[in-house]
Design a protein around this ligand. Structure first.
Ligand SMILES: *[C@@H]1O[C@H](CO)[C@@H](O)[C@H](O)[C@H]1NC(C)=O
Ligand SMILES: *[C@@H]1O[C@H](CO)[C@@H](O)[C@H](O)[C@H]1NC(C)=O
Ligand SMILES: *[C@@H]1O[C@H](CO)[C@@H](O)[C@H](O)[C@H]1NC(C)=O
Ligand SMILES: *[C@@H]1O[C@H](CO)[C@@H](O)[C@H](O)[C@H]1NC(C)=O
Length: 312
């Protein structure tokens, strides 16, 4: 449909009254994210999760994002939200598995947060330079678009190797992005994927040789989106969502299965091997995961043993 010469009463009303009615997005200082909206149409959100060196998806981060999303739900000025990390080599390493299994609020909240985000009027973009696994990747794949730079990016869902499944509903988004065969391969094998391959199979939109190239591209895209009507952006993403967004019931079913499996003593033993104490161990977790099945006394070197501990 193309504009006619005569604007409808609704768009006349919108054009004449919106600037008077809207107020710029007011945000508090958060603990786990840094926000900046120098251009009122573009909100930049940077993950910097307190007390973690690798940006864990934890209750503090979810609480900040819930607050942010509740404000975006009532904001007509912001048209695009870009998520980044300022932690070198990590976007969001994975979810913090150290939660009360009898009261898994963080899991349920994450699912409703993701569901609320798919229904926002703003479009959402992930700009990635670093490791994104587990719950971090589940959040990433629920965003509207993903871009990544090649040097430090590794994506993965290392749950099945631990005896669980991704619990935030991310499988439902990933399977829609990369298709059944690829989703089966990566969800079941837990193999990491790099940015170039992730671009090739549709896990991310585009891979770049450097962070600067990625930022240039994302900046061009957000500038372009900032020109357009917020209402039209919302309508466009709603239409795409009809074809591509899973039902929240399916996300909640993934949570149920995740919790059921996570209760098993064998799974608890496998996931509670200790506290991760070096970042490199986290970086190569996908590759090292099979070592969990080699037995603790199998004579692997100390650094290799560290590398199979899943940050708890
Ligand atoms: C945002 O836009 C909607 C639809 O045009 C309108 O109903 C609502 O009042 C606006 N909200 C604000 C805070 O201006
Ligand atoms: C956030 O922190 C800055 C200084 O770090 C301060 O100037 C500002 O008033 C704070 N904003 C809010 C909403 O608390
Ligand atoms: C971070 O750790 C410090 C010291 O243990 C604690 O006082 C603070 O509350 C923690 N912050 C968060 C957001 O968990
Ligand atoms: C999702 O949005 C609804 C309002 O639309 C709100 O009541 C609910 O608390 C939000 N949930 C989360 C987890 O952000």
């Amino acid at each position: 449909m193309f504009p006619t010469n005569l604007p409808s009463p609704i768009s006349l009303l919108g054009l004449s009254l919106l600037p008077v009615l809207t107020t710029a997005l007011q945000l508090p200082n958060y603990t786990n994210i840094i926000t900046s909206n120098t251009n009122p149409a573009v909100l930049d959100v940077t993950f910097h999760v307190a007390n973690t060196t690798i940006n864990l998806w934890n209750s503090g981060l979810v609480s900040d994002l819930k607050d942010l999303v509740s404000r975006l739900q009532n904001d007509n000025d912001t048209k695009v939200v870009v998520f980044r990390s300022d932690v070198p080599k990590y976007w969001i390493a994975h979810a913090d598995l150290n939660f009360d299994i009898d009261n898994p609020t963080i899991v349920t909240d994450s699912i409703y947060l993701i569901n609320n985000m798919t229904n926002l009027q703003q479009t959402t973009i992930g700009a990635v330079s670093g490791v994104v696994r587990g719950g971090g990747n589940e959040f990433l794949v629920s965003l509207d678009m993903r871009f990544a730079s090649k040097p430090h990016t590794l994506l993965g869902q290392p749950e099945v190797g631990l005896g669980i499944i991704p619990g935030l509903g991310g499988i439902q988004f990933l399977a829609r992005l990369i298709g059944r065969g690829r989703a089966m391969e990566y969800v079941l094998s837990d193999n990491d994927i790099n940015a170039a391959d992730a671009e090739r199979i549709g896990w991310i939109n585009k891979a770049f040789d450097t962070d600067e190239e990625m930022e240039g591209y994302v900046c061009g895209l957000t500038k372009r989106l900032a020109l357009f009507d917020g209402e039209a952006i919302k309508a466009g993403r709603t239409a795409v969502n009809v074809a591509t967004t899973p039902d929240v019931e399916d996300l909640l079913e993934d949570e149920r299965v995740f919790i059921e499996l996570y209760r098993k003593p064998s799974v608890q033993a496998r996931t509670k091997l200790g506290t991760l104490d070096d970042n490199d161990g986290e970086r190569f977790f996908g590759e090292a995961l099979p070592l969990l099945y080699a037995g603790a006394a199998a004579g692997t070197g100390a650094s290799r043993r560290r590398s199979v501990r899943y940050g708890m």
